[in-house]
Design a protein around this ligand. Structure first.
Ligand code: TRH
Length: 383
């Protein structure tokens, strides 16, 4: 049976990562010939900053080939699709699930899980979870960095497009100018997106005292209060401020596509959560991950697992600089003190980032793997 209709359900828990991931997945699936994609989102106001063409007041609209529906009571009576994806265990509405069970050919039901580099992911990826009452089986789909996981979201040609942009000085200058910016020649270009972090002030001090010019672009977000406080202490109020060697540019929250290009234009990207963390990897440049903090420090094994994978192949001193700096940033202290060693490691980290990206980009992307997984399930059922 060909899959012709897909429903994705997204509940926004906080921040932008839930809808950021779902919006990318929806657009990639919608690029599949013959597949109609509906994205149900319970918080269109959180969605709109990523996709400014979206009108949060409209219950239904089509953007980039995806039918976007406000997830309200209307979802209860929607006809179930052939492929139903719930993001991060968000539970589609009970009447919709009942209608799934009533179909002669049951939909493929996927729970798209959070990304982790931990080893257990391979053992859990693809596992079935039969519904306790209805004749339905949900399958867990785990993104990941290895062949036995669900892979990473990546549009066709993305890495090549970033590489072409990075070779094109005029395109980069045009991109900065579109943002109303002109980084000083020779400056280390940094983007800064993170959760609140008390280490930011020491880091900004280190950049202001740096022997090399530093240009840092900070889109609106949770780290901005710390940045603003640091600037206020220096009497700086302008959106683009100079303090010592540092030029600090405060930007609005950018549409998702513009944010992606900002990452590609920078030498170093501070990212967070899940989606920006993955996007930083596709631009083949060094990055610093502010992992989403979880209760009882449950995020620390995730951080260690990623560092273990990502650090493999780096020379000892660059690896130590990477780990020290990432841990300091996560812990919210000493990032400024660790900056000189991290800055010295940047050339090695840049070469390493290229190799890591090439290795990850050689794998099938998440949307492609998901469709194959779905097709395989349907074929097994037919046997
Ligand atoms: O926003 P995040 O912290 O998201 C999350 C959520 O908190 C989620 O609940 C949690 O489970 C998950 O992290 C691990 O970070 P993330 O995932 O990077 O999402 C940010 C999105 O915002 C991403 O799609 C990129 C986008 N973005 C823009 O479109 N424009 C911008 O200017 C910036 C800074 C980001």
């Amino acid at each position: 049976m060909p899959v012709t209709r897909c429903d994705i359900f997204c509940r926004v828990i906080d921040n932008f990562g839930d809808i950021g991931v779902c919006w990318r997945l929806a657009r990639q699936l919608a690029a599949t010939p013959g597949l109609a994609v509906r994205l149900w989102c319970d918080d269109l106001a959180s969605f709109a900053p990523l996709a400014p063409a979206l009108d949060p007041a409209r219950a239904t609209q089509t953007l980039a080939g995806v039918t976007i529906c406000r997830w309200d009571g209307a979802a209860d009576s929607a006809a179930p699709a052939d492929l139903v994806i719930e993001a991060f265990a968000c539970d589609p509405p009970a009447p919709y699930v009942e209608a799934m069970a009533a179909r002669a050919v049951k939909p493929v039901w996927i729970n798209l899980e959070y990304l982790s580099a931990e080893d257990w992911v391979e053992g859990s990826h693809g596992l079935p979870s039969p519904h306790p009452r209805l004749p339905l089986v949900k399958h867990f789909f785990f993104p990941g960095f290895t062949a036995r996981s669900g892979g990473l979201l990546r549009e066709t040609g993305l890495v090549e497009a970033h590489a072409a942009f990075q070779r094109d000085a005029a395109a980069q200058a045009a991109q900065w100018s579109a943002l109303g910016l002109a980084p000083p020649p020779g400056a280390l270009k940094i983007s800064l997106f993170a959760y609140e972090n008390p280490a930011v002030e020491g880091l900004l001090d280190a950049w202001a005292d740096s022997p090399r010019a530093v240009f840092c672009a900070v889109p609106a977000g949770r780290i901005r209060a710390g940045v603003d406080a640091w600037l206020a202490r220096r009497g700086e109020v302008a959106d683009v401020a100079r303090v010592g060697a540092l030029t600090l540019a405060r930007l609005p929250f950018l549409p998702q596509a513009d944010y992606d290009r900002l990452l590609a234009a920078c030498d170093l990207n501070f990212v967070r959560g899940e989606d920006s963390f993955v996007r930083a990897q596709w631009v083949a440049r060094p990055f610093v991950w502010h992992i989403y903090p979880q209760a009882e420090a449950a995020h620390l094994p995730k951080l260690a697992a990623f560092l273990a994978r990502y650090g493999t192949g780096l020379d000892t001193s660059a690896r130590a600089a990477l780990e020290d700096f990432w841990h300091a940033w996560e812990a919210g202290r000493d990032a400024g003190a660790r900056w000189p060693a991290f800055a010295a490691a940047l050339p090695a980290l840049r070469a390493h980032a290229r190799a890591w990206t090439a290795d990850q980009a050689a794998r099938p992307d998440l949307a492609a793997k998901l469709l194959i997984f779905c097709q395989n399930l349907l074929e097994c059922r037919a046997l």
